[in-house]
Design a protein around this ligand. Structure first.
Ligand code: NOJ
Ligand code: NOJ
Ligand code: CA
Length: 725
């Protein structure tokens, strides 16, 4: 029985009345639901080996700044200085393990830790900015640990402890670059060199193997410029180099072997789409994990390339649009609650799986929320209420639950100020994080605005009969009388899930859904919820990952699948079931033609679920090929695209052609040469052509025969041809 019935009035009579009401109501629910199914029990018993993070709350840790559990591994010399925010401070995996042991995470309710990139970084000061590699973004050897964070065995101890507590481990991973190697005439001690388990592979200036791109710093002007130019002189890896491609596929497997459950991919805007999709496909074929990328975005508006990446790359994205909308409405007050809702509506339309994007209110690249909100603690608390009850997988940035302050990098990455389990924000999180596990409306539900003005935002999340209603008044000097509110909550009296921590009270809901008029005091917020005891019709909430090749494992989550195994179909093909429970099913992708499929679950008793569409089955193991066409002159406004005989090349459908291709990178191709790095099936004979498309979609085909090529079984390749007039 999952019915939650919180009542702040603790008198015995009230409790008794409530209990009677629960019983009567529960009876009503059960008697109307046919067939009656076993109530959902443990929904996430299996911590590891599932790509679904739908019910998790992630806690982001800058490892060096969290807790020093082992001073013996601290660096010596100029890169270590606890009084300097640009140097190492000693935090490590032993420290995280200690905090796992003392319950800091479990008591807060967080169920996944995202830690700094664990790979070996440069051990010298970067002369261009006097900074040490404490943040983990200056890799040297992806096959070794950053020894200042610990050894392989320290890492494993941390992972095992986390898993024993039902907590997942997500690693940051930055395959875009190594370390800084270029700034005017400056000499860099480590030359951005890349090593493989101690063996030198090459450096940026000493690059006989072509491991790096050698364009200047990116000016961020175009997608193309961001990909092939370096970010602030960080030696930019050339992923089309077969050594680099194989290196990154193997390196990530080593970390997955150590039990990693998820990957946060750094700087996805700065690597080609095709190479990343090929790398991802290799990951999913190895282990089914949750992967989300960082496409940095400073505003709330849509960006077509970013949206495409979120929908088609096979990985989720950190949801900067949502973060910025919450920061504007509740942080600095530059926007209203209506504006926040507009962004929620817009992202809902733009993202195929808005519930699977990773949300946050601050991180290591922006000011702490506390600072943004002029040191107002209640603003932080209210922002967490919205974060934890909104769509998306919420992420808490370490220390912000202790009201840490700080403007830009490195001030937003200070030492963990305290581990106070009584801070209001810590308590708010500890009330709401478990609700994400128990009430599926938070993980999978729709979002509807129910009552709103500039200051107040009351919204409802709903999945099947599960409902969560959140009310937040951001105005700390004005209370509002909330009249005329309707919700989907069943008739009854509901008390605040946070037990009044932020001033929330009790509401009474009539059978019509009408809520009694109540006052939402200045700066107050409340969460009311109803968890259904059973689900008559199976409901798919999420599918992770949403891409793969035949045989890969996919996790389907939701409610009402029943305790007895039924069946799962991809289109009209049945998928082999690996495991089955009421809230989670694992299947293998069936051998079907490449394309997009709708997934459907049918229970043992024959009831079919909703269809969950858009699952992408790829043709075969992917590799990354650079397609290049020379002498393709175009009229102003026209662009060159690529189309071909396999699904990955659009199956000859010009509306699915790859492009517009790039033509402005001097080391690869300049107009009238066009190129693009594309994921295609390995070891396959393909036919392709380039086309010219104008702004209204008119197409000019290359004449002559199709180009024919055989893609390599492994590695990378460039196919370069002349435009056939
Ligand atoms: C984005 C990261 O979040 C940022 O902190 C880092 O400096 C750059 N990528 C480069 O790795
Ligand atoms: C249609 C195009 O017109 C032609 O040029 C191309 O060769 C074929 N599609 C591919 O079969
Ligand atoms: Ca240490």
């Amino acid at each position: 029985m999952n019915l939650q019935w919180n009542n702040r009035n603790n008198s015995f009579i009230k409790k008794l009345t409530s209990l009677l009401f629960v019983l009567i109501f529960a009876f009503g629910v059960i008697s109307t639901n046919v067939p009656v199914q076993a109530a959902a029990t443990s929904t996430d018993a299996e911590v590891t080996n599932t790509a679904s993070f739908s019910t998790d709350v992630i806690y982001q840790i800058v490892t060096d700044r969290f807790f020093d559990g082992d001073t013996s591994n601290n660096p010596t010399g100029s890169i270590f200085d606890k009084s300097n925010l640009q140097k190492y401070h000693g935090g490590d995996w032993a420290g995280i393990t200690q905090k796992l042991n003392d319950g800091y995470f479990s008591n807060m309710g967080v169920t996944a830790l995202w830690i700094s990139s664990p790979v070996e970084n440069i051990t010298t000061i970067d002369p261009s900015n006097n900074c040490a590699s404490y943040h983990g973004y200056w890799a040297k050897d992806f096959f070794k640990t950053n020894s200042y964070f610990g050894s392989v065995s320290d890492f494993q101890t941390m992972v095992n402890k986390a898993h024993a507590l039902g907590i997942k481990i997500v690693i940051d991973f930055a395959p875009n670059h190594t370390s800084t190697a270029e700034y005017g005439t400056m000499t860099f001690p480590e030359d951005g060199a890349l090593y493989k388990n101690g063996t030198y592979l090459g450096g940026f200036k000493n690059d006989s193997q072509g491991l790096f791109n050698h364009e200047s710093w990116t000016d961020f002007s175009t997608y193309e410029n961001s990909i092939y130019h370096s970010m602030y002189g960080l030696a930019d890896l050339n992923h089309q180099n077969a050594t680099v491609d194989a290196y990154m596929k193997e390196a990530i497997q080593n970390w997955l072997d150590l039990g990693v459950d998820g990957i946060r991919v750094d700087a996805v805007k700065h690597m080609s789409f095709g190479w990343q999709k090929n790398w991802l496909s290799s990951i999913y074929s190895y282990k089914s994990v949750f992967v989300f990328g960082e496409w940095f975005n400073g505003g709330v508006a849509a960006d077509a390339d970013m949206t495409k990446f979120a929908n088609d790359s096979g990985m989720s994205l950190l949801d900067f649009r949502f973060a910025n909308a919450v920061r504007n409405a509740l942080g600095n007050g530059s926007a209203t609650m209506e504006d926040l809702y507009d962004v929620i509506v817009a992202t809902d339309a733009d993202y195929n799986e808005v519930n699977d994007q990773v949300t946050f209110i601050d991180n290591h690249d922006m000011s702490r929320f506390m600072t943004l909100a002029s040191n107002n603690q209640r603003a932080v608390d209210n922002a967490y209420v919205i974060l934890l009850t909104s769509r998306g997988v919420p992420t808490i940035y370490y220390g912000s639950e202790q009201y840490a302050t700080g403007t830009t990098d490195p001030y937003n990455r200070g030492d963990m100020p305290s581990f106070n389990t009584n801070s209001t924000a810590y308590k708010v999180i500890s009330y709401l994080a478990p609700l994400r596990k128990s009430n599926p409306a938070l993980a999978y539900g729709t979002t509807s605005e129910r009552w709103m003005n500039d200051d107040v935002f009351i919204y409802e999340r709903k999945f099947g009969n599960n409902v969560v209603v959140t009310a937040v008044n951001r105005n700390q000097s004005k209370s509002y009388s909330v009249a005329g509110l309707y919700t989907s909550l069943p008739q009854g009296t509901y008390s605040d899930v946070m037990q009044g921590t932020l001033g929330g009270g009790t509401i009474t809901v009539a059978s019509t859904g009408a809520v009694n008029t109540f006052t939402l005091g200045a700066g107050q917020s409340a969460v009311w919820q109803y968890t259904a005891s059973s689900t008559a019709t199976p409901l798919i909430g999420n599918v992770d990952p949403m891409m793969g090749v035949a045989g890969n494992t996919v996790t389907i989550t939701g409610r009402g699948f029943g305790s007895t195994q039924g069946s799962v179909s991809f289109g009209t093909s049945a998928a082999q079931v690996v495991s089955w429970s009421d809230a989670q099913i694992k299947v293998k992708i069936p051998s079907v033609a490449a394309g997009k499929y709708a997934i459907k679950v049918t229970t043992a008793s024959g009831t079919a679920s909703n269809t969950y569409s858009g699952f992408e089955v790829l043709s075969a193991t992917q590799i990354s090929v650079r397609f290049k066409v020379n002498n393709a002159t175009t009229n102003y406004g026209s662009n060159v695209y690529l189309v071909g005989s396999v699904y990955e090349l659009g199956n000859w459908d010009v509306t699915k052609a790859i492009g517009p291709l790039f033509n402005s990178t001097s080391s690869i191709g300049m107009y009238p040469t066009w190129f693009y790095d594309v994921n295609v099936p390995a070891g396959t004979t393909i036919q392709y052509k380039f086309i010219k498309k104008d702004a209204s979609g008119n197409v000019i085909w290359e004449s002559g025969n199709n180009h024919t090529a055989v893609t390599p079984a492994t590695g990378t390749q460039t196919f370069s041809v002349d435009w056939q007039n």
